[in-house]
Design a protein around this ligand. Structure first.
Ligand SMILES: C[S@@+](CC[C@H](N)C(=O)[O-])C[C@H]1O[C@@H](n2cnc3c(N)ncnc32)[C@H](O)[C@@H]1O
Length: 402
């Protein structure tokens, strides 16, 4: 079968195929050696190829569970309530299996030790001081997901579709996703076919017994239109306004930052009160996840809080390590040293935050030579032009002074 072969030179087209369809198929296959080879099979196959070419890319990356699992531990430590996990844009639902994977952290396993899928040392630092004890309090009572085009990996077609979106030069990811599929086949989770905003609104309207509701999304925001984003934000805010200590709500997002070079950002917006915390940065497909707080982050400077580009109306608060009254008493020496080193703490009593320990801001002397060296490569400033530009937008009037 030569690459010059096109649909036009093939067998009689099936009656269901319109002239427009044939033209489109011809356009897609012409010059594509691989697809024209497939075309040798039948026109039906060619049409199938066209359907696949037209699909948008739809990864489902279980490596992102590495970030989600930490976020769930962080929430579990605060609330100690059973959780309801709702994922939007869940694809095949592989991240809804989050607690059924194994995570090897500082040589000790977390999650399910028997899981076929294991992530070795995926964290830098940690979301909580002692994830091994906190995982005992993590209980996912319900897990549900939606997607506008859900994939079912219990079928050959669904599994092949998920695997087909992995780059061929990433064989480790291929192995990991196959293991996640193996687990999903043993413990299937049905992802509902629904649009993100509407489904979330419906789920949040359902009344439940006491428990934490976690809405989770990874790499979904960019696919939503403006109207759907607004509806989603509104549904979350309305449900947030109704949230209480018995029914807290958290919206955990793992999304690309505005700056493509700085990877992904894991954030949590939680009610009550309405506060957003940037928990970690991560790679596109999960590991490595660098926690901004926790017991042993090796890069303290990375705790700088960034503002998620898509968040509306939330307050960004610096992340503080939560400690119990008992920890404050028993580990006061270590806590004072950490405070001296710039760390902040929230002290809890019976799981409820009651106070903060925040370091005093000290003035730091920086030698003039160091400042000059730091600005050595800075661009030259045209002083008269800069003054003129400032004068164009500001004036010197001192009134009114509010
Ligand atoms: C890049 S994939 C990410 C999948 C999964 N969250 C992950 O991280 O592996 C984006 C997913 O969002 C889904 N999606 C896009 N627009 C959507 C919408 N309006 N409502 C629900 N799902 C949507 C796509 O079908 C796709 O499965």
């Amino acid at each position: 079968m030569g690459p010059a072969l096109t649909v036009a030179s093939m067998t009689t087209p099936a009656p269901i195929v319109s002239a427009t369809d044939r033209r489109q198929v011809r356009r897609i296959v012409r010059g594509e050696a691989v697809i024209t080879a497939v075309m040798g099979a039948s026109l039906g196959v060619a049409i199938g190829v066209r359907r696949l070419v037209m699909r948008t890319v739809q990864t489902n990356e279980p490596g992102r569970s590495v970030a989600l699992y930490g976020a769930l531990l962080w929430l579990a430590e605060q609330h100690r309530l059973p959780g309801r996990l709702l994922e939007i844009g869940a694809s095949a639902g592989l991240n809804l299996q989050v607690d059924r994977y194994r995570y090897l952290v500082r040589g000790r396993p977390l999650g399910d030790p028997e899981s076929p899928l294991s992530f070795a040392e995926p964290w830098d630092g940690g979301p909580v001081r002692d994830p091994w004890s906190v995982q005992g309090t993590l209980a996912i009572a319900e897990r549900r997901g939606c997607d506008c085009a859900p994939l079912d990996v219990t079928t050959v077609e669904g599994a092949t579709t998920v695997l087909s979106y992995i780059w061929p030069d990433e064989p480790e990811r291929l192995v990991q996703v196959k293991k996640a599929i193996e687990l999903a086949r043993r413990r299937p989770i049905c992802v509902e076919a629904a649009a993100a905003a509407r489904w979330t609104k419906e789920r949040l309207a359902e009344r439940h017994t006491d428990g934490l509701t976690v809405v989770w999304q990874s790499v979904v925001y960019q696919y939503l239109g403006d109207a759907e984003r607004r509806d989603l934000d509104l549904s979350m805010e309305e449900a947030g306004a109704e949230a209480s200590q018995q029914h807290p709500l958290a919206w955990v997002t793992l999304e690309p930052t505005g700056d493509h070079l700085s990877g992904f950002e894991l954030s949590c917006r939680a009610w009550p009160p309405d506060a957003t915390v940037v928990l970690a940065s991560s790679g596109d497909h999960g590991p490595p996840v660098r926690w901004y707080a926790g017991a042993s982050s090796s890069d303290k400077s990375s705790r700088t809080i960034g503002c998620p580009s898509y968040s509306t109306g939330a307050t960004i608060v610096p992340m503080a390590v939560r400690i119990t009254q008992r920890e404050l008493r028993n580990e006061s020496g270590e806590i004072m040293r950490a405070l001296d080193g710039g760390e902040s703490f929230v002290v809890t009593r019976n799981g409820v935050a009651v106070g903060e320990l925040v370091p005093l801001r000290r003035r730091r002397f920086v030698a003039a030579d160091a400042v000059l060296a730091a600005f050595k490569g800075a661009p030259q400033i045209d002083a008269p032009r800069m003054r003129a530009e400032i004068d164009a937008v500001l004036d010197q009037a001192s009134e009114p002074r509010a």
